[in-house]
Design a protein around this ligand. Sequence first.
Ligand code: HEC
Ligand code: HEC
Ligand code: HEC
Ligand code: HEC
Ligand code: HEC
Length: 321
Amino acid sequence: MGVLRIVTVLFLVGCVWSSYGLCGTKPAEVPKAKTIAELAARYDSSSCGECHIEQYEQWENSLHAVSILGTPRTAPTVLTSVDMGLKLFPYSGVKTDEDVEVRHLMMCAKCHLPQLDEATDDVAREIVKTIRDWMSASKKAYDDEAYEDVADELQEKIASLNIGCLVCHNKKAIIHKWADGYPQPDTIYAFQEGEHDHPDFNKLGKAPALNESIFCGQCHGLGPNFELDEPSQCATLYGSYLFAYIPEGGHDTCQECHMAKSGLGHDMQAYRNETMIKMAFDVEVDAMSHFWRKDSVEGVIPLGVINVEIYNKSGHAIPDG
Ligand code: HEC
Ligand code: HEC
Ligand code: HEC
Ligand code: HEC
Ligand code: HEC
């Protein structure tokens, strides 16, 4: 009893200390979004861009801003997972596109669109349909220019679903929710506590692990996603960071390399970016040829020896996936 009471008192004191709404003991209850448009509006980043111009412009150029569309390779791969995975698995409950539910798409959305868990199954089906329509319009646009606008519009709709400011600075901002609280619907999380000049997000709260690798690790993968009914595996780079880079004595965080040292900030990039490529490798090449009695027989093929030493300077295995 005594111990319990002390613990309770400590909790209460903790709540008073972090007085800016960080003390939610449950996930915020939000009504489910019924359409792509509704979900996209809830997570729209454009209002943030009005004041945080630099962060917005950097983010806009990153793959986080098109996390369902991809390069655009991700959206078609989601359909492959539906057609060659879900529909062929005997116990998935999916025979046609009409059977697809949120829980099915979470095998990708866990990382590519975590806010999908705030949407109805109609939104899951709308996503599948929109990607199908976009792919078919893009194909037709090769022969008939009239389809270009249709394809562009559908592509924009897919891109409206993304890992925007609010995914990182609200939904996924707090990792240890029993220790640090559940994110609240009116708060932006980063380093300071205080007021914030935004009509819907008028508070600032602390996200204690925002600048640590574990924050990125939430989506950059450890291996199979065992918590899913059908574990999927895509990115596994956080695993290689933890179990290879750190034990070898590596000490930089994801943020230090990708945001600070690269100078790219919110435009987190990899091998498509010149600066990142330069940071990736040290390559040493040593070559020599060896002739056995150079002057003896004509046409003798020399022995060639080429030593290549490639040193991976990044914080993980590359390429990933
Ligand atoms: C009207 C201008 C305005 C808008 C709109 C706005 N912010 Fe801010 N934001 C600020 C100001 C001012 C600060 C405080 C800057 C400081 O003290 O360093 C801030 C701080 C922040 C911080 C950093 C807090 C910290 O701990 O350093 C984050 C993250 C942030 N805003 C995200 C957002 C997001 C996400 C949106 C969109 C939902 C948004 N902001 C919209 C003005 C704005
Ligand atoms: C554990 C989180 C996670 C899950 C689950 C996940 N992905 Fe990924 N995926 C990522 C990350 C992070 C990247 C980008 C970084 C990388 O490649 O390491 C990525 C990259 C990709 C790429 C290449 C991106 C491009 O634009 O070229 C494709 C395609 C892709 N994922 C499709 C899928 C599909 C389809 C599913 C579901 C069957 C899925 N992913 C599940 C995290 C995940
Ligand atoms: C993929 C996750 C992610 C997304 C998306 C994201 N942020 Fe951040 N943001 C971070 C991290 C991580 C930091 C802390 C960086 C560090 O270690 O200093 C940060 C820091 C900030 C800061 C503090 C100042 C700074 O630049 O370091 C502001 C302001 C901010 N973000 C605004 C935004 C806005 C506005 C958007 C949308 C346009 C956005 N962020 C999208 C992860 C993200
Ligand atoms: C909410 C999940 C999520 C979080 C949090 C997140 N990422 Fe990502 N990240 C992704 C996904 C998904 C992709 C791939 C999108 C695609 O192309 O389909 C990606 C792409 C990237 C890429 C580009 C990879 C490439 O192939 O060019 C880099 C670099 C990256 N993330 C770094 C980071 C860093 C650093 C952090 C932490 C500050 C972070 N991410 C946080 C989900 C996330
Ligand atoms: C020591 C610096 C360093 C650290 C630490 C680091 N990265 Fe990287 N990362 C790089 C460099 C350099 C590249 C570019 C090489 C490439 O993409 O081939 C890269 C590439 C990537 C890619 C693309 C992988 C691919 O398929 O090529 C992703 C995604 C990524 N990093 C995310 C992260 C995340 C998440 C963390 C933290 C868990 C992290 N990085 C830690 C330097 C670093």
